[in-house]
Write a protein that binds this ligand. Sequence first.
Ligand code: TIU
Length: 220
Amino acid sequence: MIEVPARPYPFSLDPARTALVVIDMQRDFVECGGFGEALGNDVTKLQAIMPTVAALLALFRAKGWPILHTRECHLPDLSDCPPAKRLRGKGALRIGDVGPMGRLLVRGEAGASIVPECAPLPGEMVIDKPGKGMFFATDCESLLRGAGVTHLVFAGVTTEVCVQTSMREANDRGFECLLVSDATESYFPQFKAAAIEMIVAQGGIVGWATSFPQLKEALA
Ligand code: TIU
């Protein structure tokens, strides 16, 4: 086992059973004209983590450890998007409407693709998910269990929405979860900070948090 300095205490990682999960690093969330902006957010905040997520991907690729990317998106007929989700909010554009990067949050559209800096390589797992959590209505669990994975390292956006939901789902399924705090971002700095505190509180009730430099050094 490898010990990674982390909060609330060091995270023990099994090098043969650890996967990186990169949540929703899609143009729709980090670029202007996408779903994130349609919700009223300043999306430029999220772009700052792209080099760190890319470095984290490079670290796992160098190790030959499994990588799973997720994309939040829906089928073109929106049959997997409940009206409660599609109609939520008061924005001018909704899921499925046409924006400058194609239809918002629809599978196969430019906006639903992962930013080039963090794009999946052949052989890496890629999951399209209709919900905020990665396990809802996906085959994530069988993919990870099939690869013998027991430990998950989390990155991506946004910290308190899809990352935290996915981490909570993973925790309930018995995965040991570590969040890389400088490889995740929120539109709301106070929500990012609070989400990390919620995760590590109570002895790591949801999981652990570390920084990329700490993880990199521990894996060196
Ligand atoms: N990927 C993800 O977090 N989806 C969201 O809708 N996040 C928001 O913060 N809105």
